[in-house]
Write a protein that binds this ligand. Structure first.
Ligand code: GLP
Length: 244
C-alpha cells in the first residue's frame, strides 16, 4: 500500500484526476470504478477540465458505480443523478456504458464486472470505515448485495437531504470482494472525521472495518490530507510506502 499525504483536498484531487486522465489517454476504452459522496467531486472537476481542454474523450469509457440508494425520495437524490450532475453530463460519456447495481438482481453486477474488469476504482470512506455501502461487519467475501444503512451513515448522509427522515435506509452496493477485483484502487479521505476510519483501516484486516480489506490488494494508494492522516504523519508502517 502507498499513502500520499498533502495539505489540501485540492492538491490530492488533482493528483487523482491526473491518474484518471493518464489512464483514459493510454487506454481510451478503459473501465472506471466510480464513487459518490463529497470526496470525489473535485477529482471529477479535474477530469472534466481535461475533457474540456480536448485532452481526453469518454466516448469509449465504461464505468461501474459502487452503489445506489433504494427507495430514494426524489430522482435528484439518486446516485445516478449525482453522477450526471458531477461528471457524465459534462463529458462525452455514453450513458449506456455507465452502470449502476440493479437491486432486483444484485449479483448480475459481479458477472458483468467479471467480463469488463475495472482498471481504476476511486473510493471515499465512511466515518465508520465503510466503502461503497459495505457497513462494518460485512463479509470480506461479499458480492454485490442489498444492505441496510447504519444509523451513523444515515446521520452522515442527512446533509444531502432536506431532513434526516428522507434519507433512504437501504442501498445496493458492490460487495467487498467485488471492489477488490479492480486492478488499481485509490481512496481519498480528508478531514478530522476520517481519522478513526483511516487508523482502523491500517491496523489490521478485520471485518469490523470494511476498508481494511484494502490491505490485501497489491495496488492501492490512499490520498489523505494532514487532518485525516493526523496520527500517521511521522509514523512508519510495515508494508506501506509514504509520499509526504
Ligand atoms: C457514502 C457513499 C460512500 C462514500 C461515503 C463518504 O456513504 N456510499 O461511497 O465514500 O458516503 O462520503 P463523503 O465522501 O461525503 O465523506
Amino acid at each position: 500500500m502507498k499513502i500520499v499525504i498533502r495539505e489540501s483536498s485540492e492538491v490530492l484531487s488533482a493528483l487523482i484526476a491526473e491518474r484518471f486522465i493518464n489512464l483514459i489517454k493510454s487506454k481510451p476504452n478503459c473501465v472506471l470504478g466510480l464513487a459518490t459522496g463529497s470526496s470525489p467531486i473535485k477529482t471529477y472537476q479535474g477530469i472534466i477540465k481535461a475533457y474540456q481542454e480536448g485532452e481526453i474523450s469518454f466516448s469509449n469509457v465504461h464505468s461501474y458505480n459502487l452503489d445506489e440508494y433504494l427507495n430514494f425520495p426524489r430522482e435528484s437524490d439518486s446516485y445516478a443523478y449525482f453522477m450526471k450532475e458531477n461528471l457524465f453530463s459534462h463529458v462525452d460519456m455514453n450513458l449506456a456504458n455507465a452502470h449502476f447495481p440493479n437491486p432486483s438482481d444484485p449479483e448480475a453486477y459481479d458477472a458483468l464486472i467479471k467480463q469488463d474488469p475495472v482498471d481504476l476504482q476511486i473510493l471515499g470512506i465512511g466515518a465508520d470505515g465503510h466503502i461503497g455501502f459495505n457497513e462494518p461487519g460485512t463479509s470480506f467475501d461479499s458480492k454485490t448485495h442489498i444492505t441496510p444503512l447504519t444509523e451513523q451513515t444515515i446521520k452522515d448522509n442527512a446533509r444531502f437531504f432536506p431532513s434526516i427522515d428522507m434519507v433512504p435506509t437501504k442501498a445496493v452496493t458492490m460487495g467487498l470482494s467485488t471492489i477488490l477485483k479492480a486492478k488499481s484502487i485509490v481512496l481519498i479521505a480528508t478531514g478530522a472525521g476520517k481519522v478513526e476510519a483511516i487508523n482502523a483501516l491500517l491496523t489490521k484486516e478485520d471485518e469490523t472495518c470494511p476498508a481494511s480489506i484494502l490491505l490485501r490488494h497489491n495496488d492501492v494508494t490512499l490520498y489523505l490530507d494532514k487532518e485525516a492522516a493526523k496520527d500517521i504523519l511521522n509514523k512508519d508502517i510495515p508494508g506501506v510506502t509514504f509520499d509526504r
